[in-house]
Design a protein around this ligand. Structure first.
Ligand SMILES: *Cc1c(COP(=O)(O)O)cnc(C)c1O
Length: 458
């Protein structure tokens, strides 16, 4: 399997090279050259999540790793999960909750980032090189990236977080990790300032050692998507007796939804994919009225979905709407967000078979948390609650909904304090967070000072 860019200039690249590069040179996102097909009978017969993953991941890694090498990596990739089969499934009335928060950072991002980190490390070992991971975070990506990389001594991670702009649990998940190759950099500025610094760093690269990789861990990295495709097939493995499934997905950058769409293209029978957003509604506006235009970010109680544009959406435009016409895609996204994405009606209507969308404000989100808590004694995290509204409304015997639960409620204690709901069980990973020392390095949004620090510690 080789890969190419959605904007057409980067072609026929092998797995390792797109893993290590992240974004294509032409600004596009990498895509597999074709959709490999999965044997559903084989998926049905598997006994665990990792066994299911072994049917999926090698389909994408074959240009750089032998089948056996990939299987060996998968044996040890996902670690420190509290659930014996990594993913939990709870049935509430007629909805199945796919619990993806049993990993070490209590959000689904562990699935993609642990897989990416394991392959980063393999490439670095085989080329005898080192790497710097540099990222900006306002939520769960940073902690999952740090955790995934902390035990690989060829990788040093520097993660920038905006000062004061995230939940204290989320900040402490990054600042309390004690590892010599992890640095949490608190930036006096906004998330956008952090992102601008990361962008500049990827352009300048003036702090790297000779032959050193600079790795991107944001959600456009295709390997993160591969890790997520696996749990959609696992849902099928566990729930296929309920008929053709629908999935309701709390959505920000569209990585999780694109993984679901990819699984469908690889042969997974799906009725509907329900794209659920909070007040940051660019995707809802697109699916409802063909309006994909950037607006400013609103702060909500589901902060990991507070985005102004959905970085993975270009992949869907390219694959579904434009039938993989890269030159049209390049023209659209080279000019975005200055010009909104504008599809003609018949093209836009291609969404109808598979996609629906919903927008849920904070009041309705907490209402949903309270309702499910009252009637099922089950606590939804605020992100999951956004997607729960549609799942509970539409699920029935003929159309079974799977609700993706992307984080553990204990990550967002303030929400439950205000609702007077006690969080009864907390993941081990979060338990001692407030007893540990923080290791934060504070900087102004000053490129020279920050990169000097990286050089000093490189
Ligand atoms: C990142 C995140 C999301 C959004 O996922 P995307 O793949 O960016 O759409 C939703 N919920 C939680 C808890 C997250 O951390």
């Amino acid at each position: 399997m080789l890969f190419h860019s959605t904007r057409g200039k980067d072609k026929d690249r092998d797995f390792s090279s797109i893993l290590m590069q992240g974004l294509a040179d032409d600004g596009g996102l990498f895509m597999p050259n074709y959709w490999p097909q999965v044997d559903l009978n084989e998926i049905k017969s598997k006994q665990s999540f990792v066994e299911v993953a072994k049917c999926i991941v090698p389909l994408f890694t074959s240009s750089s790793f032998s089948h056996q090498e990939t299987l060996n990596i998968l044996e040890s990739t996902w670690h420190d999960f509290e659930h014996k089969d990594l993913v939990g499934i709870k049935n509430l009335n007629h909805v199945s909750v796919l619990e993806l928060f049993h990993g070490p950072t209590a959000a689904f991002k562990d699935f993609g980032l642990q897989l990416a980190a394991a392959f980063f490390n393999k490439v670095l070992e085989s080329e005898d090189k080192t790497a710097i991971v540099l990222g900006a975070t306002s939520g769960d990506t940073g902690s999952a990236a740090i955790d995934a990389c902390k035990n690989y001594n060829r990788i040093k991670s520097f993660i920038m977080l905006p000062n004061g702009n995230m939940s204290e649990v989320q900040q402490r998940q990054m600042s309390t990790i004690k590892s010599p190759n992890v640095y949490a950099l608190r930036i006096n500025g906004t998330f956008d300032d952090c992102q601008d610094l990361v962008k500049l760093a990827f352009k300048e690269r003036d702090f790297l050692n000779k032959n050193q990789y600079l790795l991107a861990v944001n959600s456009i990295n295709w390997t993160r998507i591969i890790g997520q495709i696996c749990y959609y097939f696992y849902a099928y493995n566990q729930l296929h007796e309920k008929g053709k499934l629908s999935f309701s997905i709390p959505t920000g950058n569209f990585g999780n939804v694109f993984a679901c769409y990819s699984a469908h293209k690889m042969g997974l029978p799906i009725n509907k994919i329900s794209v659920a957003v909070n007040n940051n509604d660019i995707l809802h506006r697109f699916f409802q009225k063909n309006d994909y235009s950037k607006q400013s970010v609103h702060e909500t109680i589901s902060p990991s979905m507070d985005i102004s544009v959905a970085s993975n959406f270009e992949r869907l435009i390219y694959d579904l709407f434009l039938d993989r016409n890269a030159s049209v895609c390049a023209e659209m996204f080279d000019n975005f967000p200055t010009s909104p994405i504008d599809l003609n009606m018949s093209t836009w209507k291609k969404k109808e078979d598979l996609f629906s969308s919903s927008k849920v404000n904070d009041t309705d989100t907490t209402g949903m948390i309270e309702e499910v808590h009252r009637s099922n004694g089950y606590l939804l995290d605020p992100h999951t609650a956004v997607a729960a509204v549609e799942a509970f409304k539409l699920s029935d015997k003929k159309n079974h909904y799977v609700l993706l639960s992307t984080a553990h409620p204990a990550k967002f204690p303030k929400v439950y304090e205000e609702l007077n709901i006690e969080i009864k069980s907390s993941p081990v990973a979060l338990k001692d967070l407030f007893k540990k020392d923080e290791h934060l390095h504070t900087f102004d949004a000053d490129y020279k000072k920050i990169t000097n620090f990286i050089k000093l510690n490189n």
